[in-house]
Design a protein. Structure first.
Ligand code: NDP
Length: 280
C-alpha cells in the first residue's frame, strides 16, 4: 500500500518559510492578481491565492474585470502593474474569455514580474537551467517528489501530458535532476506499456481516473496533477487512486496533493521577485 504524499503539509511548510523570511528580513512584497469574467473555478483559485498572500505577509492587489473586457483595457492594466513599484508579481488567472489573446497577455507581463513563469523569456531560461522562477505546478510536483526522499537521478520518469503549463516544464525539471524522461500525449502508442516503465509517473491529462493500476509499475512514485470535477460535484484526479495506491510506493491524493503546492510555489516566486526588485 502506497504512502500518501501530503501536499497540504508540504505546502504549509513552504508558506511558513516564506512568511518567516518576509518577517525576519522585513521584505516588502506585493502580488497583483487579475481575474477577468465570472468563472467559478477561477474565483476559488484567486481567493485561495489571496488567503495565502495574507498568511505569508505578501500584499495582494486584486483586479476583477468584467467578462467583456477588451484586449486594450487588459494590456493597459498590465502596463500599469509593470510600472508599479508596489507590485512584484503579476498573475493573470487563466483561462481568459474568448475575445482575449492569452499569449499576447502573458507576453506583455514584465518577465521580472512573471511569477507564473509563463513568459517566453522565463520559459527559455528554464530550458537552459538559468532561471529565477519555476512554473508553479511542476515546481510543486518536484517538491512533492523530494518529500518522498526518492532521488530522480537515473530514474525512468514518464510524464503524461505535454501542455506548456504542466507537461513540458515538468519534463524539463525532471531532466534537470537527471531523470530519464519520456513525455506521452494523445498520439503516444502503447501508452500503458510506456507508463509501466516509470519509476516516477506524473499524470497531467485532465481525464478522470485515466491512469489505472495496469499502467503502473510496482513501487512507482505517482504524482497526480489532474483536477477534474465529476457530475456529482466531487473533485477527482487523473489517477484511479484506489487501485493505483495498492501498487505505488508513494502517491498524491486529489484534492490535497499537487493543488496546494501550486499556490505555495507562487508565494515562493513572489518573494524571489520582491528580493530581486528590491535590490535593483
Ligand atoms: P491540457 O488539456 O492543456 O493538456 C492535456 C495533455 O494530456 C495534452 O498534452 C494531451 O495530449 C494529453 N492527453 C489527452 N488525452 C490523452 C490520452 N488519451 N492519452 C495520452 N495523453 C493524452 O491540460 P493541462 O496540462 O493544462 O492540465 C492537465 C490537468 O492538470 C487538468 O486536469 C488540469 O485541471 C490540471 N491542472 C492542475 C493544476 C494544479 O494546480 N494541480 C494546475 C494546472 C493544471 P495532446 O497534446 O496530444 O493533445
Amino acid at each position: 500500500m502506497a504512502q500518501i504524499i501530503d501536499g497540504k503539509a508540504v505546502s504549509a511548510a513552504i508558506k511558513e518559510q516564506v512568511r518567516d523570511e518576509i518577517a525576519r528580513d522585513n521584505i516588502k512584497a506585493g502580488l497583483a492578481v487579475v481575474i477577468v469574467g465570472n468563472d467559478p473555478a477561477s474565483r476559488v483559485y484567486v481567493n485561495n491565492k489571496k488567503k495565502a498572500c495574507e498568511f505569508c505577509g505578501i500584499k495582494s492587489f486584486e483586479y476583477a474585470l468584467p467578462e467583456e473586457t477588451t484586449m486594450e483595457q487588459l494590456l493597459e492594466l498590465i502596463d500599469t502593474l509593470n510600472a508599479d513599484k508596489n507590485v512584484n508579481g503579476i498573475l493573470v488567472q487563466l483561462p481568459l474569455p474568448k475575445q482575449l489573446d492569452e499569449k499576447a497577455v502573458i507576453e506583455r507581463i514584465s518577465p521580472k514580474k512573471d511569477v507564473d513563469a509563463f513568459h517566453e523569456t522565463n520559459v527559455g531560461k528554464i530550458m537552459i537551467g538559468n532561471y529565477s522562477f519555476l512554473p508553479c505546478t511542476p515546481a510543486g510536483c518536484m517538491e512533492l517528489i523530494h518529500s518522498t526522499g526518492v532521488s530522480v537521478a537515473g530514474k525512468e520518469c514518464v510524464v503524461i501530458g505535454r501542455s506548456n503549463i504542466v507537461g513540458k516544464p515538468m519534463a524539463m525539471l525532471l531532466l534537470h535532476e537527471n531523470g530519464t524522461v519520456t513525455v506521452c500525449h494523445s498520439k503516444t502508442k502503447n501508452l500503458a506499456e510506456v507508463c509501466r516503465r516509470a519509476d516516477i509517473l506524473v499524470a497531467a491529462v485532465g481525464k478522470p481516473n485515466f491512469v489505472t493500476a495496469d499502467m503502473v509499475k510496482e513501487g512507482a512514485v505517482v504524482i497526480d496533477v489532474g483536477i477534474n470535477r465529476l457530475e456529482n460535484g466531487k473533485l477527482c484526479g487523473d489517477v484511479k487512486f484506489d487501485e493505483v495506491s495498492e501498487k505505488a510506493s508513494f502517491i498524491t491524493p486529489v484534492p490535497g496533493g499537487v493543488g496546494p503546492m501550486t499556490i505555495a510555489t507562487l508565494m515562493k516566486n513572489t518573494l524571489t521577485a520582491a528580493k530581486i526588485q528590491n535590490n535593483e
